[in-house]
Design a binder for this molecule. Sequence first.
Ligand SMILES: [Zn+2]
Length: 481
Amino acid sequence: MTHTVLIPTPLRPFTGQQDAVEVEGGTVAEALAALTDRYTDLRRHLYGEDGQLRHFVNVYVNDDDIRYLQREATALNAGDTISIVPSVAGGAAASEAPAPELTNAEVQRYSRHLILPEVGPDGQRRLKGARVLCVGAGGLGSPAALYLAAAGIGTLGIVDFDVVDASNLQRQILHGTPDVGRSKLQSARERLNELNPEVNVETHEVALSSSNALGILKDYDIILDGTDNFATRYLVNDACVLLGKPNAYGSIFRFEGQASVFATQGGPCYRCLYPEPPPPGLVPSCAEGGVLGVLPGVIGTIQATETIKLVLNAKSTLVGRLLLYDAWKMSFRELKLRRNPECPVCGNSPTVRELIDYDQFCGVAPGSAAAPAAAPAVPETTVEDLRARLDSGSIFLLDVREPQEFQICRIPASTLIPLGQLGTRIHEVPSDGREIVVHCKAGGRSAKAVKLLEDNGIPAKNLQGGILAWIDRIDPTLPKY
Ligand SMILES: [Zn+2]
């Protein structure tokens, strides 16, 4: 009765580098005896001096752990597969399912990997067997997904529900000019399969939420966090901790980026680093604060690098280290990170044992995860009303955006005082009886400005939808940003 014993990478030096060995035997004990009779050096790695299987060696018959069968007395049927699974320091990230074989075309495609001792054919087969999920097909997800696909990650999942916008193309290199207006997932799938048709791209066209995150993440080995808002970032972190999936983390802002690896066994998580999100509106999003286009290229590529290393069981990953990159200074720094025993999700007595309401946790209005907290309720006016009355001279139009935004486009006869300066320049707002209308890009900052003016005894109205609404409905010749 012939069976196949699958040999894990660390034990292959004792089997002449063979990853599978055919043996005879009616029970697990007989099959393993046949194996160690043939490869005598293997014996001391599998058995202790007492002749018992070592505790860190797990033996499976097909899918079942023999500890839950009849242990070494477990009877074998012809053609059974026996897997030897030793525990590996640092925790194996990828599933321990037998890695798939490479085709001749794949050997050629990945030849520069195959000749690296750290990758080699076994590593490449692990990459082929790996399942990685990119949360987001935007700035970070673009370079990450491209490099992971090129590297031969067998299954690449992507979560996104957005449509490609012209303003994405400055950094989201998965998408091209003809893709503007298309689903990011469709565009991503086409581009990735063009790059590497061997990769199975799985698309999840949903907004990741507490109700669907565990169901989506559970089928992947490693999660790559390419989110652009705090609510989803905490959601991804907590889901990774609860599921025991490593999280290749990256974030970007203007010229600065961060990267680390969270939620490995014994390693820190995002909440160990940042137990609480910043108050809404304190940290602007990329849409408000801007971002150097190449920055997510660097950080997303670091996330892809760490993901590949996790699949390859590399020791020196970013686990326990926070990498900080400043593109403007061109400097890299790193900080030590430790798991916080008090961490609410990965600590010794976790209080978060299931996914929570992350919009509420981050103080974000439901349904607008990327937007700052709801703007204060203030008197408003419409762009049509403004258009009708602007020429009469009865309105003072105050623009509270930043000077560089004012340079891009402006509504005629507006006066610029950035929101951050309004408090100290409030005397520049006239009190000559003209009605004061305040606008910004989309209405959020101007609502705060109206509130500030009201608090100083100056009545004012907010322009609904900001200059974007003006461009849409009054003057489409102005550029949008
Ligand atoms: Zn933690």
